[in-house]
Ligand binder design. Structure first.
Ligand SMILES: [Zn+2]
Length: 344
């Protein structure tokens, strides 16, 4: 595949916690390279340096996996934005960029597919449409060199199973994670726990959840999944303060009742300390692949890596608050005057 003689994802989750980082679409939208709404990763062809840079930031922050930015780069979505002709180039280029950066460190390259919006459990023909979309995306990914595939934000178990089948036919390890959008069931009516059990039985190497929920409302579900399956488990929440009332980021409302998702979520953002705490809780629960989804920044990922006991490239610039003029032990008398107002 990529010619490197090193441990793959299956070995890595067996020998320790793997740290993942995602949220490329959200972050590149914030930076002005992706249009909110369609959320198609046109940036891969239009501004490849922006993609390369974000991969590098996550790599320096400690991510063990570079996830190719092919989220929503499928036929259905590209047709909506009039770029169906760029489908193959976009998919190939995304893997090439992820691979280039992965080689700068010891990261693995993950191919990526997601929910298609074309699946309908009541329409038999929809299965073939979805299968064809996954087969063409992943066919290109395999040719460009991926170590494993992440199928993510799956709303339907039925659609996730199609992805799993395609990944297994290609002979690659499969990580399949569901989007916990609803209180406890997939859109085709399986409890998230049962859906993960079925995915594991069908041969997924890693199962779990990603996106939609922040750590607080994410963890109870993940704990139940961890108990229910023997295979490796992945947990990639969003860094937003969801809770028992607002289970998902889509349910978060401003003080005036406005929906915060997806463009006004900043007031609900988790700090790096909250995400570090999540990483530790997940590891202690027995989660094998600990990550972060939409809303992630490199500061979150570095804090998670350091909480897991690692020193990463970006640790060189980790906080040294004892060197801050106002937080140091020997604050000068002149500067200490400011503390009166800071502490007021
Ligand atoms: Zn996400």
């Amino acid at each position: 595949m990529n010619g490197r003689n090193r441990a793959g994802i299956v070995e890595r989750v067996k020998s320790g916690t793997v740290l993942g980082a995602e949220g490329y679409v959200f972050e590149l939208e914030r930076r002005g390279y992706i249009k909110a709404g369609p959320y198609v990763p046109e940036v891969v062809l239009d501004f490849p340096d922006a993609v390369r840079e974000l991969h590098r930031e996550f790599l320096r922050a400690g991510s063990d996996v570079m996830v190719a930015l092919t989220y929503y780069a499928h036929r259905e979505k590209l047709r909506h934005v009039g770029r169906e002709g760029d489908l193959e180039a976009m998919n190939r280029r995304a893997v090439q960029i992820a691979r280039e950066v992965a080689l700068e460190g010891d990261a693995l390259v993950a191919g990526n597919v997601c929910n298609t919006w074309a699946y309908d459990p009541d329409e038999p023909w929809a299965k073939d449409v979805v299968r064809a979309m996954y087969a063409e995306q992943l066919g290109w990914a395999v040719e460009e060199g991926v170590d494993f595939v992440i199928s993510e934000t799956n709303d339907y178990l039925g659609e996730a199973l199609i992805a799993l089948e395609v990944i297994r036919e290609l002979g690659l390890p499969a990580m399949v994670t569901l989007a916990p959008t609803q209180p406890d069931r997939t859109r085709d009516g399986y409890s998230y726990v049962e859906a993960c059990r079925i995915l594991a039985a069908e041969g997924a190497d890693i199962v779990g959840l990603n996106c939609d929920r922040g750590p607080q409302s994410f963890m109870p579900l993940i704990a139940r999944i961890r108990e229910a399956v023997d295979c490796a488990v992945a947990a990639q929440p969003v860094p937003y303060r969801t809770n028992a009332t607002a289970l998902t980021m889509q349910a978060l409302r401003s003080e005036t009742g406005q929906q915060a998702f997806p463009l006004a979520l900043e007031p609900f953002g988790c700090t790096r300390f909250e995400m570090a705490q999540f990483a530790l809780q997940a590891r202690d629960l027995g989660v094998d692949y600990v990550g972060i989804c939409c809303g992630a920044g490199p500061h979150h990922v570095r804090a998670m890596a350091e909480a897991l006991g690692r020193e990463v490239q970006a640790s060189k610039y980790s906080p040294s608050m004892e060197l801050h003029p106002m937080f140091r032990a020997d604050v000068s008398t002149k500067d200490a005057m400011f503390l009166n107002t800071w502490n007021a």
